[in-house]
Design a protein around this ligand. Structure first.
Ligand code: NAG
Ligand code: NAG
Ligand code: NAG
Ligand code: NAG
Ligand code: NAG
Ligand code: NAG
Ligand code: NAG
Ligand code: NAG
Ligand code: NAG
Ligand code: NAG
Ligand code: NAG
Ligand code: NAG
Length: 682
C-alpha cells in the first residue's frame, strides 16, 4: 500500500503482473473461482487461461470478461473552514439513518471516534452484517464490517481506513491532537451517521476485492460509498472495477465518492478518477498550515514544512550534508539523497541534510539528531517526520547549503512545529491529481475540491504514524494529507445534503455539490479548473442549489455509446444487456447532463471565449420541471496542451448555479482526434 500522499513510481503497465486474473459478468460457475458476485450484480473473478477467456467470451449468457488490475490507496479545522460548524442546522434523527460505506483498509472499532454512546440500533433498512473477522466487534456506530484480505479481520493495521472513516462520520472527540499539535475537537462531517467498513486493503488492494465490496455494500443498503483508492494508471471504464462498481451503485441510487489521486506532480491528465457517475475529489488546503522552522547559527531562520512533534530544547547541533556523511562505496547521487549509505559515525550528534524527503528514513536509521530535507514539490504540505526534521523549498534549502559552505562550524536547531494562518487558502495541493479526463475529454475531472492537507483524524494505534516503519510512536489521532482525506469530506457533505433530500438521485446530489461549490482563485491555483473542477465544496449552499443537472443510467449508456463504445464494451460496464440506441453514436459526450462542461478544441496563441446561452432565461412553473438550453462557445484556437475557462451561472437573484466551462487541448486517449483550428461547440 502506498502512503496517502506520494506516489513515487510512475504508473506501471497494467496487465503485466495480473494477467492471469479475469472478471466475468455472468452467473455461470467457473474453475479457479476467486470471488463470485451475486448480491447486487452477477459475476465472478477467476484465474483463467487465454483459451478459457475466449470460450467464456463467446458464451451467450456471459455479458463481459475483462482482466484484473491492481489498486493503490491513495481534522480538525477543516469542517469549520468549510462552514460546517458544530452548531449547523441538522436533523440528527435523519442523519442517524444514513449509512456510509467506507471501502478502505479497515477500521479501528475501539477508537473514541466510533464510540456508540447515544446511538440507537441500526436503521431498519440495514441489511448488512458484522463479519468483522478475528478480534473485531461492531457496535451501533460501526454497524457493518466485512473483509476481503488475507489477514482475516476488518481491523485496520495501517491507519488509512480509520482516518478516512472518522473524517466522514467520526464522533466529536474533544482534546484530540498529534502530540499537542492541531489540538481541538476532531469530528466527522456527519457525526450521527453510521459506518459500514469494507476492508479491501492491507498492504495491497486488489480489484476483485474492490468489486466484491461494491457488491456487498449495495446489497447491504449503504446510502453512499466513499473510496479513497484507485488504480496506478488511468484505465478505460470497461476494465476499471471502480467505474464498474460505481456504475452498479449509481443504478441502485448510491453515489460513489472517489479520491482524484495523488499524482499532481506529473502534470495534467493523471487523475485516475474519471467516470462521470462518480464524484471525483481533489485536495486543497485549509487556512491552517504547519511549519517547522530551521534556526541557523548565523541568526537566520528559514521556514520549512513538517509535522515535527520533537523539540531540540534550544540546542543547536552541527550540520553535515549527506554527500559528506556517506560510505565511500556509495555513488555521489545516492549520497546526496541520503539513499541507503549514511555512515552512523559521521552523522552521530549532527543534523544531516538530504536532497530528498525520503532521506529521513535513512537519517533516523543512521542515528542523526535531526534532518533538513529538500522537498520543493510539496511546498505547503507538512508531512509527519520521525525525528526532528523539516522539509524546505529549493530556495530555503540552498540558503542552508550556502551557510553550511560558508563556515566550518555550521550549526542549526530544528524547531517544533507550530500552526499558522494561511490567508490565501484554499490552495490546491501540489500532489492532487490533475484533469481534465484522459478517457472522456468532454467530461471535466476532478469534479470539485475539498480539504485534504494536514487533516487530524482517528488512526490505528498499532500503525506507525509516519512513512517510516521504524517510527516507534503510536497515536490515536494522526495528521495526514492526500486526496484520500478530501474524499471523505465530500462524502460527508453528500450525506449531509441527502439528509435534506432523501429522494434525490446520485446525480442530483452530485450536481448540487458541484454547482454550489465556491469559486477558487485562478491566479494562485495555476491549473485552475483542471485542478479543482467546479471549485471548493460548500456544504451550506449545497443543501439548496435551486437547480440540478440530473443524469440517469440511460444517459450514461448513451454517453458510452457516443464515445464509440460498442454494445459489448457498454455491457462490461453496465453488467446487463444494455445496448446502444441506433442514433446515439452521433451525440457528443458533452451533451451529457453534467454540471460542468469541458470540450476538446485546438490551437491558438491568444484565445478568448464567447459563450452564448439559448434561451437566456429559463422559466420554471413547477417543482421537478425539466428545461433544456444550448450553450455555444466560440473562440480562437488554442496552443496544444493548454486551456481556457469560464463559468456559466444560472441565477434567480437568490441561488447561483455555476458550471465551469473548460476548453482544452490536452491529448486524450483518442490520439486520432483531430480538432478544428477554430472551434465552436454547442
Ligand atoms: C490465481 O493466480 C495467482 C497468480 O497468478 C495465484 O497466486 C493464486 O493462488 C491463483 N488463485 C487460484 C484460486 O488459483
Ligand atoms: C427530524 O426529522 C424527523 C423525520 O422527518 C421529524 O419527525 C423531526 O421533527 C425532525 N426534527 C427536527 C428537529 O427538525
Ligand atoms: C485485538 O483487539 C484489541 C482491542 O480490543 C487490540 O488492542 C489488539 O491489538 C488486537 N489484536 C490483534 C492481533 O489485532
Ligand atoms: C485466514 O483464514 C484462512 C481460511 O480460514 C486461513 O487459511 C488463513 O491462514 C487465515 N490467515 C491468517 C493470516 O490468519
Ligand atoms: C523560506 O523561509 C522564509 C523565512 O522564514 C519564509 O518567509 C519563506 O516563506 C520560506 N519559503 C518557503 C517557500 O517556504
Ligand atoms: C528535549 O526535552 C524533552 C523533555 O525534557 C526530552 O524528552 C528530549 O529528549 C529533549 N531533546 C533533546 C534533543 O535533548
Ligand atoms: C559499503 O561500505 C560499508 C562500510 O564499509 C558496508 O557496510 C556496506 O555493506 C557497503 N555497501 C555496499 C553496497 O558495498
Ligand atoms: C556548496 O559547496 C558545494 C561544493 O562543496 C557546491 O557544489 C554547492 O553548489 C555549494 N552550495 C551552495 C548553495 O553554495
Ligand atoms: C434485456 O433483458 C431484459 C430482461 O432480461 C429484457 O426484458 C430486455 O428486453 C432485454 N433488452 C435487450 C435490449 O435485449
Ligand atoms: C483575452 O483578451 C484580452 C483582451 O482582448 C487579453 O488581454 C487577454 O490576454 C486574453 N486572454 C487570453 C487567455 O488569451
Ligand atoms: C438547441 O439546438 C438544437 C440544434 O440546433 C435545437 O434543435 C434545439 O431546439 C435547441 N434547444 C434550445 C432549448 O434552444
Ligand atoms: C476518436 O476520434 C476520431 C476522430 O475524431 C473519431 O472518429 C472516433 O469516434 C473517436 N473515438 C473515440 C473512441 O472517441
Amino acid at each position: 500500500m502506498l502512503d496517502p500522499i506520494r506516489v513515487l513510481s510512475m504508473p506501471v503497465s497494467l496487465l503485466t503482473c495480473f494477467n492471469a486474473l479475469w472478471f466475468a459478468h455472468s452467473s455461470s460457475a467457473a474453475n479457479f473461482l476467486i470471488r463470485s458476485y451475486g448480491r447486487s450484480f452477477n459475476g465472478f473473478a477467476a484465474n483463467l487461461t487465454e483459451q478459457e477467456v475466449k470460450e467464456l467470451t463467446s458464451m451467450k449468457e456471459v455479458v463481459s470478461v475483462f482482466p484484473s488490475i491492481p489498486l493503490q490507496l491513495h481534522t480538525t479545522r477543516s469542517w469549520d473552514f468549510l462552514g460546517l460548524t458544530e452548531t449547523i442546522k441538522r436533523n440528527t434523527t435523519i442523519e442517524s439513518d444514513i449509512i456510509i460505506g467506507v471501502i478502505d483498509s479497515g477500521i479501528w472499532p475501539e477508537s473514541e471516534s466510533f464510540n456508540d454512546k447515544g446511538f440507537g440500533p441500526p436503521p431498519k433498512k440495514w441489511k448488512g452484517v458484522c463479519h468483522g473477522g478475528k478480534n473485531f466487534t461492531c457496535n451501533n456506530k460501526i454497524i457493518g464490517a466485512r473483509y476481503y484480505t488475507p489477514a482475516n479481520s476488518t481491523r485496520d493495521y495501517v491507519g488509512h481506513g480509520t482516518h478516512t472513516a472518522s473524517i466522514a462520520a467520526g464522533n466529536p472527540v474533544t482534546g484530540a491532537s498529534f502530540f499537542g499539535l492541531a489540538q481541538g475537537t476532531a469530528r466527522g462531517g456527519v457525526p450521527s451517521a453510521r459506518i459500514a467498513a469494507y476492508k479491501v486493503c492491507d498492504e495491497v488492494c486488489n480489484s476483485e476485492d474492490l468489486l466484491a465490496a461494491f457488491d456487498d455494500g449495495i446489497a447491504d443498503g449503504v446510502d453512499l460509498i466513499t473510496i479513497s483508492l484507485g488504480p496506478a494508471d488511468t484505465v478505460d471504464f470497461f476494465q476499471d472495477t471502480m467505474a464498474i462498481g460505481a456504475f452498479h451503485a449509481m443504478q441502485n441510487g448510491i453515489l460513489t465518492i472517489n479520491s482524484a489521486g495523488n499524482s499532481g506532480i506529473f502534470g495534467p491528465l493523471f487523475t485516475t478518477s474519471i467516470s462521470p457517475w462518480m464524484l471525483s475529489v481533489a485536495a486543497s488546503s485549509t487556512d491552517r498550515l504547519f511549519i517547522s522552522n530551521v534556526a541557523l547559527g548565523n541568526g537566520n531562520t528559514l521556514r520549512g514544512f513538517a509535522i515535527n512533534s520533537f523539540s531540540l530544547n534550544g540546542t543547536k547541533f552541527p550540520l553535515i550534508h549527506g554527500k559528506d556523511a556517506s560510505f565511500r562505496n556509495c555513488s555521489k547521487s545516492r549520497a546526496r539523497l541520503c539513499r541507503g549509505c549514511l555512515d552512523s559515525n559521521a552523522v552521530k550528534g549532527k543534523i544531516v541534510l538530504c536532497d530528498e524527503f525520503d532521506g529521513i528514513v535513512e537519517a533516523k536509521k543512521a542515528g542523526a539528531v535531526g534532518s533538513v530535507l529538500l522537498n520543493d514539490a510539496h511546498n505547503f504540505v507538512a508531512d509527519i517526520v520521525s525525528l526532528p526534521a523539516s522539509a524546505l523549498s529549493k530556495r530555503n534549502y540552498s540558503l542552508v547549503m550556502s551557510y553550511l559552505n560558508s563556515t566550518k562550524n555550521s550549526v542549526a536547531e530544528i524547531l517544533r512545529t507550530e500552526a499558522i494562518n494561511e490567508y490565501a487558502a484554499p490552495l490546491v495541493a501540489p500532489f492532487s491529481s490533475l484533469g481534465p479526463n484522459y478517457i472522456v475529454p468532454d467530461v471535466l475531472k476532478p469534479d470539485l475540491s475539498a480539504p485534504g492537507v494536514d487533516i487530524l483524524a482517528a488512526y490505528s494505534p498499532i500503525a506507525s504514524p509516519s512513512d517510516d516503519p521504524s517510527d516507534q510512536r503510536r497515536v490515536r489521532y494522526n495528521i495526514l494529507s492526500g486526496t484520500s482525506m478530501s474524499c471523505p469530506h465530500a462524502a460527508a457533505i453528500a450525506a449531509y445534503v441527502k439528509t435534506f433530500h432523501s429522494d434525490w438521485s446520485p446525480s442530483a446530489i452530485k450536481s448540487a455539490l458541484m454547482t454550489t461549490a465556491s469559486p477558487m482563485n485562478r491566479k494562485i491555483n495555476p491549473y485552475s479548473e483542471i485542478a479543482y473542477g467546479s471549485g471548493h465544496i460548500n456544504p451550506v449552499n449545497a443543501v439548496d442549489p435551486g437547480l440540478v443537472y440530473e443524469a440517469l443510467k440511460e444517459d450514461y449508456i448513451k454517453l458510452l455509446c457516443s464515445m464509440g463504445y460498442k454494445s459489448d464494451l457498454v455491457r462490461r460496464v453496465s453488467g446487463d444487456n444494455s445496448s446502444c440506441p441506433e442514433a446515439s453514436h452521433n451525440v457528443p459526450a458533452r451533451d451529457l447532463n453534467y454540471p460542468s462542461l469541458a470540450a476538446q478544441a485546438e490551437v491558438s496563441p491568444n484565445s478568448n471565449l464567447t459563450v452564448t446561452v439559448v434561451p437566456a432565461v429559463l422559466s420554471f412553473k413547477s417543482l421537478n420541471e425539466n428545461k433544456s438550453f444550448n450553450v455555444t462557445v466560440t473562440g480562437n484556437a488554442l496552443t496544444p496542451a493548454s486551456f481556457v475557462s469560464t463559468d456559466l451561472v444560472w441565477s434567480d437573484g437568490n441561488h447561483k448555479v455555476r458550471s465551469p466551462i473548460v476548453i482544452h487541448t490536452f491529448q486524450s486517449i483518442n490520439s486520432t482526434y483531430q480538432a478544428p483550428s477554430k472551434f465552436s461547440i454547442i
